[in-house]
Every structure is written in structure tokens, then in C-alpha cells.
Write a protein that binds this ligand. Sequence first.
Ligand SMILES: [Zn+2]
Length: 241
Amino acid sequence: MHQRLQRLNTCFLRLLLVVLVALGALVALYFYQGGWEKLQQSRLLARVLPGNVITGPQVAIIAGHRGFDSGAVCEDGTIEALVNEEIADRVARLLEKEGVAVAVLDEYDPRLEGLQARALVSIHADSCINQSGFKVASAEQTIIPQQDALLVSCLKEHYAQATGLAFRASAITRDMTQYHAFQRVADTTPGAIIEIGYLGGDRALLVDEPDRVAEGIARGILCFLDAQPTARATPKDASHP
Ligand SMILES: [Zn+2]
């Protein structure tokens, strides 16, 4: 009787060992296939883990109008939402190449609610009229005016450099400074909205040279990130003069 019990016990232990090894293999496979990166990029974990565990800065890009409406539609068939999305995807790829974790969001993406990121940039294009120039603006009301201003000035400088377009400060509207997404993200998330040019007068650039447009925006965002203390900075670092 005692012997039989022991045999049963060994049998059970062996089974347990097999199950544990299989579980371990599954977990290893998950991390091997990039699960760890995905975990680290999750907002939930970002709040739980200390800052120095997060690998890269997080940037959110809004593909203007996506998931909501088409935006401006021109007589030649150019659709603003599609132009915005094309650029947003290219900006994301350029930033990812630099090790930045990026999320491309819809215009009214639910993830905007309370979003904590190192930067939020919304990409829109202006109307089909025969004018030229771009605009960049941040929220009218903000608790981080210096960071918002820095993001705007980085985008202005690098976008102008990459595209040769003129900055049209006078054309900035309340639609931009009171942009809905600024109010939805965490108030510590720096944000900017860029109108990349006119679908009319700047069509050749916006539609035929999306790489140049994206490069200007990506460089502007990198300029901003480089000027900020990274997520890796620890209190110890900060205490040194
Ligand atoms: Zn728009």
C-alpha cells in the first residue's frame, strides 16, 4: 500500500515536471518573439515599472481624420485622411529606426484618453486651395508651456528645413490651439498639431514626396526627445551637479 502510494507520487511529480518544462518553453518562446518589447511598451506596465526599465521613449502620432472622416477632399481626388495616414506611417517607421516606440492613432482613438507619452503629434493637411505653407501649434492652455513650446519650435525648424515650405503663423486657428486631443491626453504629455501644407498649392510635395514630409516631422520629434531628460535618468543622476 505504502509502495503504491509512493509510485503514484513519483508519477505525479514527473507529470508536474513535464508541465512546468512545457510552460517554461512557452514563456521563453513568447519573449523570444518580441513579447518582452511589447510588455515594456504597454502603458499598464509603464505605470507599474520604475522608469529606468522602460527601453525607449514613447511617441503617439495621430493620423488626422483616420477612423472618423475623410477630411478635405479635392477635385483631383486627393483625400486628406489618406495623405495624413501615409505620412504618419512613414514618421512612425523613421522614429522606430531610431529606437523610439511609436503608436499611430486614429483621430478619436480611445487610447488618447489620459495618454502618457513623451510626445503627441497630430498630422493634418490644409484645404485644397491654391496656397502654400505649413502651421504648427500646441494647446492654448497647458501646464507644461516650455515643453510644448520646445516641441513646436523643433517641428517648425526641422519641417521647414526638410520641405522648404514657409511657416504661416498668421493662419493658426483656434481649431489648432483648442484641438480635442490636447484635452484628452494626460496634461503632462507634450502635444503639437502640424498642418503639413495645402492639398492645393503644396500637392506635389505632400502627395509625391511623402518621405521628405515625414523626415521633417520625424527630425522635429527627435530634436524634442533629444532635448529632454530620458526615461533612464535616475534621481541619483539628477542630484549630481
Ligand atoms: Zn484635417
